[in-house]
Design a binder for this molecule. Structure first.
Ligand SMILES: Nc1ncnc2c1ncn2[C@@H]1O[C@H](COP(=O)(O)OP(=O)(O)OP(=O)(O)O)[C@@H](O)[C@H]1O
Ligand SMILES: [Mg+2]
Length: 472
């Protein structure tokens, strides 16, 4: 179960080229950034094959992605994480404030990562024991139903139990239930008993007193300890609760309870901690927002403070989580920022040193937009076509239409702020607003948008400076 035994679980065993081509399915261009993250991911996997003494010496080569807004930085990181099947968190660096100030402390990043790893490993384990849990739940449910029935029909057939034997010797069911486990099982599986009710005795897990502290996101040590303490108080945990529930709900509740019993939480914790330490990826977005020239006063003081707080985590330290201490030495950090006003050299030197790989993402041009509209699996044109497909409408775009849309997006980017591919969203929305509204009433079921349609809709908006600013 450990990542050592199965390095594939770290990076899916993809080669850098495979990783890049996987990213290509969603992100247009940005070859350099894709290569860098692909190598970083592959290095995780390579490291697992290295002898232990040296393995611990090999630190991840953290990456800074530099590029204007809306060119795919976040998208690359997000797709990478999916591919890696690694615990992955994305956080905005600007969300943190220096220790002692109001805001989140940076260690919560690692706690979130651990939380994710736990959920991940627990889900995997659960999938493994699902069948057993379902069977066990079914047995309990059948036993409960038979019990309920025995109680309901105490003297129905004079000492012979709840059987009613008809004149030609067949056993008849006295009511919806049957006391024959086999028949009960069949009915249960067919869903015929879904609306019957049974009385369940469940161990009370989510006691409200304990859960008032929220979902465990960004919990401080104090809260963590408090929660654990409360959980151990007599009467706070393990208390059994009797409840009357419908069979269909009972099945789910019992399955949950059986799954809890079958999952070894200690093993889950161990595996999750290992996976966080060895495979965790932290995406630090907006890193440029905490870089400030050191001469400046005011908020920059606290920005540098955040950098100083981040430093130990990026350099390697131990963070306490409710699942145990987590060493951050081998967690991969990918930072991203536009660096319009500041530059990487405005980060404190120690932090710069921990991000040895710098990749620049290129601004997107008209020809990129054409490809972005057409190629990715989740391309906007496909999304709109699928949405209108729900109305029974077949929407398509001519090549000229797509080129026209791309040109409008590019020129809107030139005229106002350059927001990269994000512009396509507003342009497409403006283009298809009318159609989206009337789609359900249209009699014409096949719609092909050509360049003329695009101009008719978008030219008036572009012509009006204020309108263009507002809509696009
Ligand atoms: N190269 C690209 N190929 C395909 N889609 C892209 C590309 N770049 C951006 N997009 C799309 O544009 C949107 C914004 O991209 P993303 O979130 O990656 O921007 P970003 O570079 O992180 O910008 P910011 O600096 O503002 O965070 C996403 O919906 C993404 O799908
Ligand atoms: Mg982003």
């Amino acid at each position: 179960m450990s990542t050592e035994a199965n390095p594939k679980s770290v990076a899916g065993g993809f080669s850098p080229r495979e990783i890049v081509s996987e990213l290509d399915r969603y992100i247009v261009g940005q070859a350099k950034a894709k290569r860098a993250v692909a190598v970083a991911l592959r290095n995780r996997w390579r490291r697992q094959a290295v002898a232990p003494e040296l393995r611990d010496e090999i630190m991840p080569k953290n990456i800074i992605m530099i590029g204007p807004t809306g060119v795919g930085k976040t998208e690359i990181a997000r797709r990478l994480a999916k591919l890696a099947q690694a615990p992955f968190v994305k956080v905005e660096a600007s969300k943190f404030t220096e220790v002692g100030y109001v805001g989140r402390d940076v260690e919560s990043i690692i706690r979130d990562l651990a939380e994710l790893a736990i959920a991940m490993v627990r889900d995997e384990q659960r999938a493994r024991i699902e069948v057993r849990a379902r069977e066990a739940a079914e047995e309990r449910l059948i036993a409960l139903l038979m019990q309920a029935q025995a109680a309901q029909l105490p003297a129905a057939s004079s000492g012979r139990g709840p059987f009613v034997v008809s004149s030609h010797g067949t056993v008849q069911k006295p009511d919806a239930l049957s006391s024959d486990p086999g028949a009960l099982r069949a009915k249960l599986r067919a869903g015929a008993l879904d609306d019957e009710s049974v009385e369940l005795e469940l161990s009370d897990m989510g006691s409200p007193m304990v859960s008032i502290f929220g979902g465990g996101h960004g919990m401080d040590d104090m809260e963590m300890q408090l929660k654990d303490m409360l959980g151990q108080l007599p009467g706070m945990r393990g208390k059994k609760q009797r409840r009357n529930v419908k069979v269909k709900d009972a099945r789910r509740l019992l399955e949950d309870e059986e799954a809890q019993k079958l999952i070894d939480m200690d093993a889950v914790k161990r595996e999750a901690i290992e996976r966080t330490e060895q495979a965790g990826i932290v995406f630090l977005d907006e890193i440029d927002k905490i870089a400030g020239s050191r001469a400046a006063q005011g908020p920059d003081v606290s920005r540098e403070g955040v950098q100083r707080d981040l430093l130990p985590i990026v350099e390697g330290s131990t963070v306490n989580t409710k699942y145990g201490p987590i060493k951050t030495d081998h967690i991969l950090f990918i930072a991203a920022g536009a660096f319009h006003v500041s530059s990487v050299s405005d980060l404190i030197p120690e932090l710069q040193g921990r991000f040895p790989i710098r990749v620049e993402l290129e601004p997107l041009e008209t020809h990129d937009f054409v490809r972005i509209l057409r190629e990715p699996k989740n391309a906007l044109t496909r999304q709109y076509a699928a949405l209108l497909g729900a109305e029974g409408i077949e929407l398509s775009f001519t090549d000229a239409a797509i080129e026209a849309i791309a040109e409008y997006a590019a020129s809107a980017n030139r005229r106002a702020e350059n927001i990269g591919a994000r512009r396509l969203h507003t342009v497409m929305e403006a283009l298809l607003e009318e159609l989206s509204f009337t789609a359900s009433e249209l009699s014409d079921r096949t719609i092909v948008l050509d360049a003329a349609d695009v101009h008719r809709r978008l030219a008036p908006i572009m012509a009006d400076q204020d309108l263009a600013k507002f809509i696009l």
